[in-house]
Design a protein around this ligand. Structure first.
Ligand code: IDP
Ligand code: MG
Length: 149
């Protein structure tokens, strides 16, 4: 089953949006494979955003995800990466569709609430940054058979 890495960024935690956002993932049909509440250090933050090193927003974005605890999660399901990106909405809240998480709760790109892997390759890299293989759990879940053929 495809897996994606999702982070509820510091603003989601500080604004009390964690439960609401997790509920959106559960109700959509994603299955939780791993979850932890952590303080990201500089090494991890820089590794997370390595593809953006050299861009103007790199340092502020690294500082942002280190600024307060985050919820790191792995969600799985058919097409999990693309479906999660759709649920999150565009990077800039002003461009995110109104029903998406960033569209509903975000005001600015610099505080856009949630991170989600942009491809299966990125997901594998990001999951490995945050989770050991034994921290991910595969288990039968009631209702799995009602989510796809
Ligand atoms: P994504 O989070 O939708 O994948 P990316 O382009 O990968 O978007 O950018 C990573 C993160 O860097 C964004 O989620 C946002 O927090 C931050 N970011 C991106 N562009 C800007 C910008 O122009 N100003 C401030 N922060 C930005
Ligand atoms: Mg990205």
């Amino acid at each position: 089953m495809e897996k994606t890495f999702i982070m509820l960024k510091p603003d989601a935690v500080q604004r009390g949006l964690v439960g609401e956002i997790i509920a959106r993932f559960e109700k959509k049909g994603f299955k939780l494979a791993g979850m932890k509440f952590i303080q990201v250090d500089r090494a991890l933050a820089e590794a997370h955003y390595a593809e953006h090193r050299g861009k103007g927003f790199f340092e502020p974005t690294v500082a942002y995800i280190m600024s307060s605890p985050v919820v790191a999660m792995v969600w799985q399901g058919k097409n999990a990466v693309a479906l999660a990106r759709q649920l999150m909405g565009s990077t800039k809240p002003v461009e995110a569709s109104p029903g998406s998480i960033r569209g509903m709760y975000g005001m600015d790109v610099s505080r856009n609430i949630i991170h989600g892997s942009d491809s299966v390759t990125s997901a594998e890299r990001e999951i490995a940054l945050y989770f050991k293989p034994e921290e991910l759990i595969d288990y039968p879940k009631v209702g799995d058979e009602w989510l796809s053929e």
